[in-house]
Design a protein around this ligand. Structure first.
Ligand code: GDP
Length: 478
């Protein structure tokens, strides 16, 4: 059975462009309207962190969302914007200033509750959602969990300070995510501000802004005086229009957890962003390994709301426990179904945690050999930049076959840490370091747990070695 890339993207509520990018990394040049086979589709579904429907009878048909929204059910939805940039360049100030432009908030008298995201209504009546957690850590973490909620990144660069290390990191993360960027050159009220220099220096990172005849929108702003904010919002709306962001509002809701906490009085609270459908008070839901029923919903102004359409952030009361940021929320049709699904997921999570640690690769394989038909080859991947991490993960997934599947327990950017080793050791997985090494604490832990380490600086050498290990144990003679 074949499916078009566009249709698969729609089913997974992911961007078709992201799928095309992943396919490209797997060595397949396809366009959104071309079809791909079942195996490739499954690979993508896993790659994006969704469950495959056929995994188990107990798992749900909810996560991979077999139901496609027909083209004529789709309606425009507001863009979801994340602000990134170097520390002290004004991310928080800009988020506050943008919140201040909300015409609704002006009327309501401006109570604000921090819940990880807020939505503004512009003078023109358009809605824009901002994720209120500045910085790329949150962005990357969400993406690692398969939650691509951001449509547009606003890169803040202080005009008096220019391009700094975290600016470059933010650029890399944004590029890796394939999300369009708008550059906000901030602190333009300052006398030492030099916006032109910022534009020039951006060229070195292959960001060519409009002013330099490129296609990345840029705007001079001041979070302090409010200069340029309207223009920034206009540019966000223009970018959103180009992206043709759409979702079906008339169906059971699917949402993503942005933030969650335990409130002494109210119990577990989760801020979720609705991806498609409309979330309603009374809805029965599963979120991560938790289940519940929407008892009440609050908007970012602390007002009770009964319904939340696509792209609207709301705080949900009535979940049985505290979910994790990046968890998908899905509305189901009965409490029994919700309990079934959540308890099955809980068992899976516990089983994963309590998996005993075989001492070496060999014992891992023999332990695995006794188990199910499809064997997993678990790995932990760390690399120096996000782009490499993604490329490696995609390449490793491509090595999977009917008998043995690569399972990436965790992938990330930076030195190999104690946590990586603990995670790897718990499953007897090797750690693959790409242009990175373990820190001192991690080295001790590696010795102690006898965790296998593999270091590379060339991706095909890495994949060749992993393929060899996999074939060595599950070779053609088997
Ligand atoms: P973040 O670390 O990126 O969130 O930066 P903040 O929003 O905390 O801002 C860092 C500092 O820069 C604070 O002292 C702000 O008052 C100041 N700041 C932010 N935006 C502007 C601006 O547009 N103009 C001026 N003059 N100062 C600003």
């Amino acid at each position: 059975e074949a499916i078009t890339v566009a249709e698969l993207a729609n089913r997974m509520a992911e961007k078709a462009a992201d799928l095309v990018k992943s396919l490209f990394k797997l060595g397949m040049m396809v366009t959104v309207n071309q079809t791909i086979d079942q195996d490739t589709a499954e690979l993508l579904v896993e790659e994006f962190g969704h469950n495959i429907q056929r995994v188990s009878d107990n798992d749900v048909d909810i996560d991979s969302a077999a139901d496609v929204d027909a083209e004529d059910t789709l309606q425009a939805r507001p863009p979801v914007v994340t602000i990134m940039g170097h520390v002290d360049h004004g991310k928080t100030s800009l988020l506050d200033a943008l919140r201040g432009t909300d015409v609704v908030r002006g009327e309501a008298g401006g109570i604000t509750q921090h819940m990880g995201a807020y939505q503004i209504k512009t003078k023109g009546g358009d809605l824009v959602t901002f994720l209120d957690t500045p910085g790329h850590a949150a962005f990357t973490q969400m993406r690692m969990r398969g939650a691509n909620v951001t449509d547009i990144v606003v890169l803040v660069v202080a005009a008096d300070d220019g391009i700094m290390p975290q600016t470059i990191e933010a650029i890399n993360h944004t590029k890796a995510a394939g999300v369009p960027m708008i550059v906000a050159i901030n602190k333009c009220d300052k006398h030492e501000a030099n916006p032109q220099k910022v534009r020039e220096r951006l060229l070195e990172h292959e960001i060519v802004v409009e002013e330099m005849s490129g296609d990345v929108q840029d705007v001079e702003v001041s979070a302090k005086t409010g200069k340029g904010l309207d223009e920034l919002i206009e540019k966000i709306l223009l970018q959103a229009e180009l992206l043709e962001l759409k979702a079906n509002p008339d169906r059971e809701a699917e949402a993503t957890v942005i933030e969650a906490k335990l409130d002494k009085g109210k119990g577990p609270l989760a801020t979720v962003l609705v991806n498609r459908g409309t979330l309603k008070v009374g809805d029965i839901l599963v979120v991560g390994t938790e289940s519940g029923r929407v008892r009440a919903m609050l908007d970012d102004k602390g007002r009770q709301v009964k319904v939340a359409p696509p792209s609207m952030p709301v705080e949900v009361l009535g979940i049985g426990g505290v979910p994790m940021a990046g968890d998908k929320l899905t509305v189901v049709d009965s409490e029994q179904r919700a309990r079934e699904v959540s308890s099955w997921r809980q068992e899976q999570a516990t089983a994963k945690r309590t998996a005993t640690a075989p001492a070496s690769l060999d014992t891992m394989f023999s332990a695995l050999a006794d188990k199910a038909k499809v064997i997993e080859y678990p790995v932990v991947v760390k690399a120096d930049v996000q782009g490499s991490t993604e490329a490696i993960v995609a390449a490793l997934h491509a090595l999977s076959n009917d008998e043995i599947k690569v399972r990436v327990l965790n992938s990330g950017v930076g030195a190999i840490t104690e946590t990586d080793v603990t995670l790897a050791a718990a499953s007897g997985a090797p750690i693959i370091g790409f242009n990175v090494r373990p820190n001192a604490k991690a080295r001790e832990q590696i010795e102690k747990t006898k965790t296998s380490m593999m270091y590379y600086d060339i991706i095909y050498e890495l994949t060749a070695e992993v393929a060899k290990q996999m074939a060595g144990i599950w070779g053609p003679e088997r």
